[in-house]
Write a protein that binds this ligand. Sequence first.
Ligand SMILES: Cc1cc2nc3c(=O)[nH]c(=O)nc-3n(C[C@H](O)[C@H](O)[C@H](O)COP(=O)(O)OP(=O)(O)OC[C@H]3O[C@@H](n4cnc5c(N)ncnc54)[C@H](O)[C@@H]3O)c2cc1C
Length: 567
Amino acid sequence: MEHDVVIVGSGLAGLRAAIEASRVSRGRLSVAVVTKTQVMRSHSVSAEGGTAAVLYPEEGDSFESHIYDTIKGSDFLADQNAVELFVHSAPREIIQLEHWGMPWARREDGRIAQRAFGGMSYPRACFAEDKVGFFEMQTLYDTALKWDNIAFYQEWFATSLIVEENRFRGLTAIEMKTGELHAIKAKSCIIATGGAGRMYTFATFGHSSTPDGLYIAYKAGAPLKDMEFVQFHPTGLVPSGILITEAARGEGGILLNAKEERFLKRYAPQKMELAPRDIVSRAMYTEILEGRGVEGPDGMSHLWLDLTVIEPEKLKRRLAGIREICVKLAGIDPVNEKIPVRPVAHYYMGGIHTNIYGATPITGLWAAGEAACISINGANRLGSNSTIECLVWGRITGEAAAKYAMENGFSSSFPTEQAEKEEKRIFDGLLGKAPRINPYEVKKKMQRTMESHCHIYRDEKSMIEGLRMIRELKQLPYMGVEDSSRAYNTNLTNVLEIEAMVNVGEIIVTAALQRRESRGAHARRDYPKRDDQNWLSHTLIHYTVEGPELSYAPVHIDKYQPVERKY
Ligand SMILES: Cc1cc2nc3c(=O)[nH]c(=O)nc-3n(C[C@H](O)[C@H](O)[C@H](O)COP(=O)(O)OP(=O)(O)OC[C@H]3O[C@@H](n4cnc5c(N)ncnc54)[C@H](O)[C@@H]3O)c2cc1C
C-alpha cells in the first residue's frame, strides 16, 4: 500500500495533523490515519476539564504569564523556546476549533468561558462543561471526514516502522479484522500514539493506552526523552482510578484528610488545592503515609474531595460528567457526599525525542501529542496544557510532514525484507505458540512492580529491585500467543502491547534510577533536593540490543533561570 503521509494514532494530535496535512496540500496528498482503536475511542475522548490558552489579555491574562507558569510548573526542565512557541500558538487553535463547530462553554457576554486549573495564575482553561475531549474529538473528526484524501484505517495495529539509513520508508500494521499484516509505504510519518498509558495498576488511562507507539519508534532508532517523569494526578476515584478532573477543584472543590482538615495549607499555603499536580499528589501521599488517610473498604487508603461546597446548580451543570461517574461507579452523589480519592498515574511528560517543531532525528519522521517530548512539560505538566499541546503540534507536524512529502518523491526501492522479517516475527514467532507463562500475568506483575517500586516517591534500593524484577519478566519465555485464529486476535495485539510495556517499564526505571535529584514529578527520598548543577538536563534513552542506553542533553533556557518553586 502507498500513501504520501501516514499518521499513527487518531487522538487529538493525529486528527489535527491529518487536517493540517490536507489543508496545506489542498487535498492533493493522500493521508492515511492508522489507529488501533476506532477513531472516537482514542483516549483523548476522555479528557474532561479544559484546554489552556490566553484569550483575554485585555482583561489581565498575558502570554508571559502562561509561559512562566508552564516553565515554573515544569520545574525548569521545559525548553523555553518550545514553551514560547506553544503559548503564542495556543489561542489560534481555540479559535480554529470554534470555527469548526466546537461548542465551547460561554460567559454571560457570549465569549468563550475559561476556568481555573492547577499551577496557572489566571483562569485560562477553555472548556465544554466537563467533556472537553469528547467535543474536541467530535469537532476534529467531523472536520477530517470532509477531506476525501484522508483514509482512515481503524482497528489497524502498527507493529513496526520501516527505516533505512535513518530515513523513514513506511510501516507494518495488522488489519485486526482479517489478521493480515500490511506494509504501508509512505514519504513521511507522524507518530501520535499517545502516552505510555497503563503502566501502573491504578491509572486513569483507557486499557488501550499502552506504549507500543513509543516502543516501535525507539526500536527504529528514535531516542525517547525524559521518561522518568510520570505524572500522578491527585484525584483518582477510589477504587476504580477513574479521573475526577482538576476542574472540580478549579470550580471550588476542596481536599480533606481523615480529620476533615484542609491539609494543603501545610504544603502549598497560597495556591492550596490549585497548586501543581506533583505538589498536591505528594502532599496527599504524605497524608496517607502519616496515617491521616481514610481506610477504604478494599484496603486502599484515600482522602476526600469535597464538592458539597460548590453551589449545587453550578456543580450539576459544570461537572455533570463527574457527578455521573460518581453516581454510577461509586454510588455517591457529590452534591451532598464527599468523594473518596487518591493520586493516580495519569500522564507521561516523556516521550519520543523531537526538536521544537516535532521532528525526530529520523528523516521523514515526526511525533506529536503525548507520544512526543518537545519538551514543554519538563518534569511536571500543568493541567489543561496537554490537549492544547496536541492541537498545536498536530498542526505544526501536519504541516511539516506534508511539506516534506510534497518536496520529496518516493524512494525508488523499498526495503521489503524488513516487512518480511516482521511478518516472520509475528506469525512464525508468536502466533499459535502456547506461552509458558500467561502474558496477562506478566502484565499484572509489570504494573505491580511499577506501582511498588517506581511511584510518586522513589529511592535507589527499591528501584534496583524493581529493575531486577522487570528484567526478569523480559527474559521470560512468555512471548507466545495461544489463540491461533486470524480475525480480531486481541490476544496477539495484547502480547505486542505487553512486550512494549515491559520494555518501557525498564526504560522508566533505568532513567529514574540514574537521575539522582528530585525535580517535578520525580521525587527521590535519597536525593530530596533539585540539583541544577548536575541535573538541569534532559535524559535521552537509546535502543540497544542489550537494553536502554542513556545520554544527556542541555535544557534550552532563555529568560528564566531556575528558582525555588513556591505555591
Ligand atoms: C481521563 C483523562 C482526562 C484528561 N483530561 C485532560 C484535560 O482536561 N485537559 C488536558 O489538557 N489534558 C487532559 N488529559 C491528557 C490528554 O487528554 C492526553 O494527553 C491527550 O488527549 C493525548 O492525545 P494524543 O492525541 O496524544 O493521543 P491519544 O488520544 O491517547 O490517542 C492515541 C492514539 O494512538 C493510537 N495507537 C496507539 N498505539 C497504536 C498502534 N500500535 N497502532 C495504531 N494505533 C495506535 C490509538 O488508537 C489512539 O488513536 C486527560 C487524560 C486522561 C487520561
